[in-house]
Write a protein that binds this ligand. Structure first.
Ligand code: MV4
Length: 450
């Protein structure tokens, strides 16, 4: 195992990674921007290094600066957390070149999954179901129209360099497709520096269900069941849970086995996630692979009892996985909500100074945050200030515990989405497990807050 690890991140996830390192007796090195000098991750780490200005481009995304600090501090490995540099193949490659272990898969594996067309082709070869569609670049509206005619409308136009919803467009007929094509291509080109487009059959009212994987460097891979993440707004997840209220045991097993095939086929080593779209008939289709630790990993930890960060560290250090598939248990139900510093009606970020903050406690409650009273939420970073997770023996108990914790949650000085979270959890459709990707647009009516 490593004796010293640098955490190339901030906020709750930096704190989360530091805590597991501490438990395993690993020394920790934090990096921070000028805006984060008083942050919890800086206080908790064994050492902390200032790497630049508040804007991420001048600090947390500065690859050479972070490598320089890792070398000076003699860190053997870098944990990238999520977001920031976690799926940046150039960063993984620079670590490899400098003899620093990047706690994630190989750079070429990250790059392969970053191209959505290449990912589709790879998954097809691996025997993983993909959405009906094309797995090659469409160079013109004519080509797109020809492909759509064979797939059948409605179709979804997507950017190969996209993901997370950017550059997507639904077309219900040929006129709509032709109208959207060039604009989408130009937007993708300016946003990603790559205007490569492809199309898929549009799946109506899908669910987003993802499989958590652990794969070691010897090609041994297990799945840690699924997470249901359908409740999203503008491709930001809001509520996540495990298990999914929608899946039956057979579909669950088939999805898990397909995800394991995917990871083995690409020589994956790390924790990872295969995202699937699941339609109303429970057909599932590969959507994307996330080659990092995810925000919502705690719900899986809660039902399996496995510390996913610990497993990432062990895998990166070359240890074999300590589990066979039969060893992976599933116990109870866990739900996570993301607490954002934002206005619940306009969804605009609400930065400012937090004047009072107290975390709820109670049976089955887990709270992940870097916030302490007196800190300022700045506009430089993601507005997610905390994650609240409730576990119970069953879904109803988890919902009740989470609602109670949300009622006790106290944040003053800024606005948060807590009223929205309370409304979702107490909604009959949520309680019935009717969690599709259009949940919020269907059920959320902005409410009056002061
Ligand atoms: C789709 C789809 C329907 N059909 N693809 C959104 C994010 C990006 N990763 C893929 N997304 C979608 N792709 C086909 N062929 C619907 C979505 C989608 C969605 C997916 C998961 C969770 C929330 C969503 C919200 C809107 C659209």
């Amino acid at each position: 195992m490593f004796s010293k690890v640098l955490i190339a991140n901030r906020g709750e996830i930096a704190v989360r990674v530091i805590r597991t390192c501490q438990r395993l007796g690993i020394q920790t090195v934090a990096v921070y921007s000028e805006a984060d000098a008083d942050s919890l991750h800086v206080a908790l780490a064994d050492e902390a290094h200032l790497i630049g200005k508040p804007r991420v481009a001048e600090s947390y995304l500065n690859i050479e600066k972070i490598i320089e600090v890792a070398k000076a501090a003699k860190a053997e490995a870098i944990h990238p957390g999520y977001g920031l540099l976690s799926e940046n193949p150039s960063f993984a490659r620079r670590c490899e070149e400098e003899g620093i272990v990047f706690i994630g898969p190989k750079a070429d594996v990250i790059a392969a999954m970053g191209s959505k067309i290449e990912a589709r082709r790879t998954m097809e070869k691996a025997g993983v179901p993909i959405v009906p569609g094309v797995s090659f670049a469409l160079d013109s509206a004519d080509e797109a129209a020809k492909a759509a005619a064979s797939i059948g409308y409605p179709v979804m136009l997507k950017a190969s360099a996209g993901g997370g919803g950017i550059g997507m467009h639904i077309a219900r007929d040929e006129a709509e497709l032709r109208q959207a094509f060039e604009g989408s291509q130009k937007r993708a080109a300016s946003f990603f520096g790559d205007g490569t487009m492809y199309i898929e059959k549009y799946i109506e009212r899908p669910r987003h269900i993802e499989i958590q994987l652990l794969a070691d460097q010897n090609g041994h891979c297990v799945y840690l069941w699924e997470r249901e993440c359908s409740i999203q707004r503008r491709h930001q997840k809001v509520v996540e849970e495990a298990p999914s209220p929608f899946l039956d045991e057979e579909t669950r097993r088939k999805m898990g086995e397909a995800a394991v095939r995917a990871a083995r086929y690409i020589g994956y080593a790390n924790a990872g996630t295969i995202e699937f779209l699941v339609d109303e008939q429970k057909n599932f289709y590969f959507l994307e692979m996330n080659t990092r630790l995810q925000v919502e990993h705690p719900v899986t930890e809660e039902i399996t009892g496995i510390d996913i960060v610990e497993e990432q560290l062990r895998i990166a250090a070359g240890e074999p996985l300590r589990y066979q598939q039969e060893d992976i248990r599933r116990d109870g139900h866990a739900i996570e909500v993301r607490i954002y510093a934002e206005d619940p009606n306009t969804f605009y970020p609400s930065p400012g100074r937090i004047t009072a903050f107290s975390a709820p406690q109670g049976e089955g409650i887990r709270h992940e945050t870097a916030v302490q009273g007196g800190i300022t939420v700045t506009p430089f970073y993601d507005p997610m200030i905390a994650k609240l997770i409730a576990k119970g023996p069953d879904r109803q108990t988890a919902i009740e515990r989470l609602l109670e914790a949300l009622r006790d949650y106290r944040v003053e000085g800024i606005k948060t989405n807590i009223p929205l979270l309370e409304a979702v959890l107490s909604h009959p459709a949520f309680q019935a497990g009717d969690t599709t990707t259009d949940f919020l647009s269907k059920h959320w009516k902005p409410i009056k807050t002061k």
